[in-house]
Design a protein around this ligand. Structure first.
Ligand code: B1M
Length: 210
């Protein structure tokens, strides 16, 4: 079995103690960090499918997420570049009612590597907390809101409306997450949408420099 396959299977099985070592072995074997990350993202797809079909339940899904996080920790220094010039501050969080953070953490990592100072305000973030964070931090250029559940799409809408209605200016709002589309982003008044972490960083940079 290839090392990538090994990483993939062990993330799926939630082998938290093994994944970091396997990711390191995959790197040592010459696999590119982005390919290893992609393998782990695919694992989460498999885990999601197994959850949908009733083959596994929330605890298994959680443990697989923890295993992936261990693998991402090993890749972090390799995926995040060392930008010297700051493009400003990016506030990032997952909206109220939503506890999913792997995608948000990857977006955060890529936005940081694009040259932003990232302030991560976590998961289950009430709309007003985004506004408070904008007030509390200097030079905010981008606010990034993530939502992973169809049931938290209304909370994303509320977050964007609250941020936009706050009267604060000088920044753009980008949104994303598995159920979010460019159409929905436009409908709720976001300035930008990105389907994945890499394009979120490109979009954040584009909007901050516009
Ligand atoms: Co949850 N969960 N989960 N879950 N979970 C999903 C999302 C689900 C699709 C699984 C399924 O049914 N197949 C489903 C949602 C269905 C729907 O809404 N239509 C689901 C459900 C139903 C639930 C619960 C309701 C289950 C329950 O309790 N009955 C519950 C909700 C809890 C809550 O949030 N209130 C729940 C709980 C959990 C865990 C806590 C156990 C765990 C999360 C742990 C954690 O994050 N620390 C979990 C997990 C792990 C998943 C799956 C398996 C994996 C999510 C993930 O990390 N994917 C997921 C199934 C799946 O994704 N196929 C599932 C990998 C990650 C890299 O991708 O997060 O999509 P993603 O991020 C991508 C893009 O979306 C994008 O870039 C990222 C990287 O490229 N992106 C952005 C994300 N944010 C962005 C922001 C941007 C731009 C792009 O700009 C700001």
């Amino acid at each position: 079995m290839s090392k990538l396959q090994d990483v993939k299977l062990n993330v799926e099985k939630g082998k938290t103690k093994l994944v970091a070592g396997l990711v390191q072995e995959a790197l040592d074997e010459g696999n590119a960090p982005k390919d290893i990350l992609q393998a782990m993202v695919e694992s989460m797809g498999v885990v999601g499918d197994k959850f949908s079909s009733g083959e596994i339940f929330v605890p298994e899904m959680l443990i697989a997420a923890k295993a992936m996080a261990k693998g991402v920790d090993v890749l972090r220094p390799l995926l995040a570049g060392e930008g010297t010039v700051s493009l400003g501050t990016c506030i990032i969080g997952t909206v109220a009612g939503d506890l999913h953070d792997i995608g948000k953490n990857l977006v955060s990592m890529m936005i940081e590597s694009a040259g932003f100072d990232v302030v991560d305000i976590g998961v289950d973030v009430p709309a007003q907390k985004f506004v408070d964070a904008i007030k509390e931090n200097e030079n905010v250029k981008v606010v990034a809101c993530s939502a992973l559940l169809t049931t938290t799409m209304p909370a994303l809408k509320e977050a964007v409306a609250t941020i936009k209605g706050s009267g604060l200016e000088g920044f753009k709002v980008i949104v994303g997450g598995a159920p979010i589309t460019a159409e929905f982003a436009a409908e709720i008044g976001a300035d930008g949408f990105a389907p994945d972490a890499g394009s979120a960083a490109v979009k954040a940079k584009e909007l901050a420099q516009a």
